[in-house]
Design a protein around this ligand. Structure first.
Ligand code: ADP
Length: 449
């Protein structure tokens, strides 16, 4: 027998004893009345507590639990403990659910749950972006919302296909490639994961373009060298002057290949730039002075020069990389400016002496606006014939861009066709170091041009 039944029996026994005592004193009838009155009171008390319990169960909160007497106190405190643990569990589930929603929102991939009819039960914001959907599209049939025959086929006809590659534009109408993977789960549901692979595709495209460009650049001089070698093999008695001429041409082409390989190695080193690379104080004024002299030597008097170089401007940097960056600009001005042209090389500090601006201006052919954003792409040439004829590899400005980035700067280009171009860059100045080791400021080896 349980505790509740025992307590009831005990209470009824007490009422019976009271009834018997009253019966002995005031007669049997009165004793019976007293017994029934106590029993009714007791039953009424229980009914009242049951009423309270029912009211509380309609809105069961631990804070509003009623107080009870006897067995009811025990019932209410047990219920309160249960209500508290239910509340704790609910809080935990809510927190876990919130964490799940937050995690799904910061996920780089789109995630969507579809029911057996292919209706969207849930999706994160990335999935909405990938499929150009709105929050109101929840509950809609996905295959009808994404109007692409390939996707429609994937969703409706071919259940064995687990993955599809789609070309879905962005909201701005830009091209985007998305891989969509489907995984069935929980009997009738499907999980759809979408991944934007546009950057990867671009990288692959850039890689294969790069290989094609390098192969093309190497093929031309190699074909020339090969042709001369075959001619010399076929004609062993070639006159000495012809032989010399062929060897000179072969040397020119092999030099071109070496220059190209040097530029490729420089570019690869700069692209994999280590930010912990040790920067040293560089006398920018001295470097620009040196470049002006080298520019004039390269020009050989074909162009006129105007150099205004503020002395003693120092920056933090890597001497060789800075030399490569700036020399490309000076030498390009010489190479692309016709005879009789004018080149201005300027270096001056800003009013507050925080920055220095380096610029190379020429009055050469200029560059049309549509080419300017692409000038720093690898192998991009405006005039391919002229570039090759002057020994250009098409990598110069790509090297400049990366080397400038290493120095916290970027290339600025202003140009007008028929009037000329200005290439410039700004650098943060440092104060002149007290003691400068000579090794940090010697002329670098001429590696790129
Ligand atoms: P390249 O080795 O061909 O000179 P760069 O990357 O240095 O390669 O330059 C890219 C292209 O930019 C050049 O092919 C040329 O057409 C154009 N360019 C660069 N500098 C000038 C300039 N000062 N004036 C006119 N065109 C220029």
């Amino acid at each position: 027998m349980n505790r509740f039944a025992l307590q009831c029996l005990r209470t009824i026994a007490v009422f019976a004893i009271v009834g018997i005592v009253c019966g002995a004193i005031w007669g049997l009838g009165n004793g019976l009345m007293a017994f029934l009155a106590l029993l009714s009171l007791w039953l009424f008390a229980h009914l009242w507590q049951i009423g309270q319990l029912i009211t509380w169960l309609e809105r069961p909160k631990p804070s509003t639990i009623p107080t009870g007497l006897g067995i009811w106190q025990q019932i209410f405190s047990t219920l309160m403990l249960q209500a508290k643990s239910r509340k704790r569990r609910k809080q935990k589930i809510t927190q876990a659910l919130q964490r799940f929603y937050h995690a799904s929102e910061v996920m780089p991939d789109g995630v969507m749950i579809l029911n057996q009819e292919g209706r969207i039960e849930w999706m994160n914001s990335v999935a909405r972006e990938h499929f150009l959907l709105q929050i109101d599209d929840l509950g809609g049939i996905l295959a009808n919302l994404v109007r692409q025959p390939e996707f429609h086929h994937f969703m409706t006809d071919d259940a064995s296909q687990h993955e599809v590659k789609l070309h879905l534009p962005t909201r701005k109408g830009l091209p985007r490639t998305v891989i969509v993977k489907r995984t069935p789960f929980d009997k009738h549901l499907q999980l759809l994961v979408s991944q934007d692979i546009t950057p990867m595709e671009k990288l692959n495209q850039t890689r294969s373009d790069f290989i094609a460009n390098v192969s093309h650049e190497l093929r031309t001089p190699l074909t020339v060298i090969n042709g001369f070698v075959e001619t010399m093999q076929d004609l062993p008695n070639l006159p000495a002057d012809k032989r010399e001429q062929f060897l000179a041409l072969m040397k020119k082409d092999s030099d071109r290949m070496l220059t190209l390989l040097d530029d490729l190695l420089t570019l690869s080193r700069l692209e994999n730039f280590d930010p912990t690379h040790k920067l040293q104080p560089i006398n920018l004024s001295a470097l620009v002075e040196q470049l002006s002299q080298e520019g004039m030597t390269l020009s050989g008097g074909k162009q006129t020069f105007d150099t205004v170089i503020e002395p003693n401007l120092w920056i933090q940097g890597v001497q060789l990389d800075l030399y490569n960056a700036l020399s490309n600009l000076v030498f390009n001005a010489v190479r692309y400016n016709p005879e009789g042209g004018h080149i201005a090389i300027h270096l001056h500090s800003s009013d507050n002496a925080a920055n220095a601006r380096f610029s190379v201006t020429d009055n050469g052919p200029g560059i049309a606006a549509e080419h300017i954003p692409r000038l720093t792409e690898r192998f991009y040439r405006v005039d391919a014939g002229r570039s090759r004829a002057s020994g250009g590899t098409g990598l110069g400005l790509a090297i400049t861009k990366h080397a400038l980035a290493e120095h916290g700067s970027r290339l600025e280009v202003e140009s007008t066709v028929g009037k000329g171009s200005e290439f410039s860059a700004e650098f943060s100045l440092i104060s002149k170091p007290q003691a400068v080791s000579l090794s940090g400021n010697t002329s670098p080896e001429l590696t790129t041009i």
